[in-house]
Design a protein around this ligand. Structure first.
Ligand SMILES: Nc1ncnc2c1ncn2[C@@H]1O[C@H](COP(=O)(O)OP(=O)(O)O)[C@@H](O)[C@H]1O
Ligand SMILES: [Mg+2]
Length: 330
């Protein structure tokens, strides 16, 4: 199973169980929260729906959760779909024309919408109507269909893939969600431990936070795996237990897994640390370049183990040091 599929399937139900349902439970991202809440409160005061909003950032940092919070705050129904699911004009028309008035329409992975669908979406976003073409050939005609009021909340891991015109339609704001600080992760893990009825000592929280790739979803998934490990071994959560569990999972003190180590190792041995392009790396690793670019690299960049330069990726001094310390693993 690829890393992307794995990260996803591991935690869809866990996401739902641990997803914050109130703003005060949504840790960190202070500025994004403040801005979004102003857009919502202003709209509520006017008795209208806020303008469309876009969230972007790496997987697992709270984009979907924010969409749910926006809908909850507006006391609006939420209709959730994804850019992959909307293939044909008819798919979009069916969704839009069936919206209850004042719905929050959440389109996940919105960069996957085709240009044709994007263009159909523009008038819907701008003036609340849909231009439908009825019939074919010389007798075809366009009808303008008025839509119920709605707010689109888009989410994407790849904001650069969004067309300029689509991006400019998010008048309510385009917000980047960052990786989380250690303190924020600890807050999230503490809350999740509470919800899972776990008594987790400080050392355990600290360790899980450090190994969570600065990502809430990873933190929750790791907490749950450590919990499973402790239940199977009938041992209480402790620092030692946590270390043993992580060793078994192949997760090191940086939160890196065997896939990351393979990436770094291949970078060094096959490309002498670069500069090299993402396609060449992907080919050497038998992965697709999107997985490399959007799943592996963001956190390695954050750790400073690799860098992007105009001539390609570079394995940094820090990255080489890491590999030196880890050479026994290969
Ligand atoms: N700011 C946050 N505070 C608390 N938990 C969070 C936060 N962001 C994400 N999470 C947790 O991580 C899980 C994944 O978040 P999600 O919104 O699905 O991420 P994304 O849509 O960006 O991939 C959520 O179910 C939630 O449990
Ligand atoms: Mg999501």
């Amino acid at each position: 199973m690829s890393r992307a599929t794995h990260l996803h399937s591991l935690s869809t139900s866990l996401d739902a169980a641990l997803r914050p349902s109130r703003w005060d439970e949504y840790v960190g991202q202070t500025q994004v929260k403040a801005n979004v809440r102003i857009a919502i409160d202003a709209a509520k005061k006017r008795g209208s729906m806020p303008e469309h909003i876009l969230f972007y950032g790496p997987p697992g940092v709270g984009k979907t959760t924010l969409a749910y919070l926006v809908a909850a705050t507006l006391e609006s129904p939420l209709k959730s779909t994804s850019g992959v699911a909307i293939e044909r004009a008819g798919d979009l028309a069916a969704i839009l024309t069936n919206l209850e008035p004042n719905t929050v329409l959440f389109i996940d992975e919105i960069h996957r919408l085709s240009r044709k669908i994007e263009e159909l979406l523009y008038p819907a976003l701008e003036s609340g109507h849909l231009d439908l073409i009825l019939g074919k050939g010389p007798s075809a005609r366009t009808v303008e269909l008025a839509l119920p009021p709605f707010t689109l909340v888009g989410a994407t891991t790849r904001v650069a893939d969004l067309s300029g015109p689509l991006r400019s339609r998010f008048g309510g704001g385009v917000f980047q969600l960052d990786f989380y600080s250690d303190d924020d992760l600890k807050d999230i893990i503490r809350r999740s431990a509470g919800l899972l009825n776990l008594s987790a000592p400080k050392e355990v929280i600290d360790r899980i936070a450090a190994r969570s790739r600065a990502t809430p979803r990873v933190a929750n998934a790791l907490l749950k795996r450590v919990r499973d490990f402790s239940e199977v071994h009938e041992r209480a959560l402790s620092a030692t237990l946590c270390d043993e569990a992580c060793e078994l999972f192949g997760i090191d003190v940086f939160g890196l897994t065997k896939d990351d180590r393979r990436y770094l190792h291949t970078f060094l041995t096959s490309f002498r640390g670069g500069p090299t392009g993402v396609r060449a790396l992907a080919a050497a690793l038998h992965e697709d370049s999107d997985t490399i670019e959007y799943i592996y690299e963001p956190y390695l960049l954050r750790l400073g183990f690799i860098e992007r330069s105009p001539r390609g990726r570079i394995l940094t001094h820090k990255g080489r040091e890491y590999l030196d310390g880890k050479s026994s693993l290969f």
